[in-house]
Every structure is written in structure tokens, then in C-alpha cells.
Design a protein around this ligand. Structure first.
Ligand code: ADE
Length: 230
């Protein structure tokens, strides 16, 4: 898969993309990530990428020219593009089913905006999808783009070990995670549940399933009504 990240602050992505699971996925050639600075596509001497809104009002709006030019330039090379995604608070709420859907694509372009938003013509005539990562407003689309990229990349076959892919496919998909413990068996008087030390795998599996169901019922009862969730 190839993911193009278009932003006015491409340096913001470095720490996230150059470590841990995403770094390994890139090193293995499972995902190619290409950063593009939208400002490189500004056409005036001031390198403008935003301007005042028609009709007045506060705040600045991302201009069509640099965003269209940047997208059209990056899509000239490489695989055909499946989705051109704007990160905005007005978009479809991001969730695990959408991450799974995007993980099946060959190529995504993610566009992170700044300022008060995008010129409406970018939404209407360039983007194929708008995604919000939740009902709050961030100062730009870079962190949302990283959230989407991370959630998608870890689902690409081969990125995580076999253990993880089994978890993703198991019954636990529509439940919150059960409680996990590791050494020591006793920490400051708080001990690990006896069952986990028993070596009885069938009983442990049953206990974990019960715990996952109870935890989901207590914390996220809404998830129990859905078919295709976490
Ligand atoms: N840009 C600013 N806030 C955002 C959000 N919640 N989701 C996606 N993009 C955003």
C-alpha cells in the first residue's frame, strides 16, 4: 500500500512514522509513505496557501490551487489512487470498520488542513471522502491523519505478528479487551487472578471471554448492539 500525506507541516509526521510498528512496516516494504508539503505548490511569491473567506468573517480558508495542484502532482506517479481523504471535524466518524475498509486499498491520499477549513470546492470536486477522528476540534488535520494512517497500517497483512491477526479475527472483535497481567504475580499485595496461573487453557479462555463481555457491558454497552466493531 502507498499512503501520501499532504500537509503544511510535513515535519510533524517524523516521530510517528519513523518508529516502532510503522517503521517496521515501511522497512519490510508493506507500506510506502510519501510526505508532500502543500506550500511547495503555492503559486505566488508569498507562498500563500490560505486566504480570507468570501462574504467576510474571521479565520482563513485553505485555497483550492495549492491543494488541487499537490494532489494532481502526486497522483501522476505510482499506483492508481483509491481514495482522496480530507481530515475534517465534519467528516464521517473514524472507526475500526472504516480502518479495515481502508486497509484493503492500494493507495490513499490523506490531506491535513489548517486554519478554518478547506474551500468548499476541495470537498466537492477533489476529495472522495471526509473523515473526523472524533467530536472535538484540533488545530489541524495532521494528528487525525496520523491516527488514520496508524490504524490502517497495523491492519495490512504481515504488519503485525500472527498472534495479533488472530485476535483481530476472533470472537473478541466486538468486545473490549479482557484484563491482562504480567510478572510479578504479586505487586504491592495486588495479586494476579488465580485462574491465570492455573495452566488450564480452556478455563482461562472462558474467564477472559466473561471478563471481556462484563467490561463491555459496563463501559461500552453501545458496542454490544453492533455487529462489526472493535
Ligand atoms: N481537524 C481538526 N479537528 C479534526 C478532527 N476532530 N478530525 C479530523 N480532522 C480534524
Amino acid at each position: 500500500m502507498r499512503i501520501d500525506l499532504l500537509s503544511l507541516f510535513p515535519d510533524m509526521f517524523a516521530g510517528v512514522l519513523d518508529q516502532s510498528i510503522i517503521k517496521r512496516a515501511r522497512d519490510k516494504g508493506l507500506v510506502e509513505i510519501v510526505l508532500t508539503d502543500i506550500r511547495d505548490y503555492a503559486s505566488d511569491n508569498h507562498r500563500s496557501v490560505d486566504d480570507n473567506p468570501y462574504g467576510g468573517g474571521s479565520g482563513m480558508v485553505m485555497m483550492c490551487g495549492p491543494v488541487f495542484d499537490a494532489v494532481e502532482d502526486v497522483r501522476r506517479t505510482g499506483e492508481p489512487v483509491d481514495e482522496i481523504i480530507l481530515l475534517t471535524p465534519q467528516g464521517r466518524r473514524f472507526d475500526q470498520p472504516l480502518a479495515r475498509k481502508l486497509a484493503g486499498k492500494q493507495r490513499l491520499i490523506l490531506i491535513a488542513g489548517r486554519y478554518e477549513g478547506f474551500d468548499e470546492r476541495i470537498r466537492r470536486h477533489l476529495a472522495t471522502m471526509e473523515i473526523s477522528i472524533g467530536d472535538y476540534v484540533l488545530s489541524g488535520g495532521e494528528i487525525p491523519a496520523m491516527v488514520v494512517a496508524d490504524a490502517v497500517i497495523r491492519l495490512i497483512p504481515g504488519v503485525l505478528g500472527d498472534d495479533y491477526s488472530q485476535v483481530e479475527e476472533s470472537f473478541s472483535q466486538n468486545l473490549l479487551e479482557y484484563p491482562q497481567y504480567t510478572r510479578p504475580a504479586d505487586f504491592r499485595g495486588w495479586s494476579v487472578p488465580e485462574i491465570l496461573l492455573s495452566g488450564n487453557h480452556a478455563e482461562i479462555k472462558k474467564w477472559r471471554q466473561e471478563q471481556a463481555i462484563n467490561r463491555t457491558r459496563q463501559r461500552r454497552p453501545d458496542l454490544l448492539d453492533k455487529q462489526d466493531i472493535l
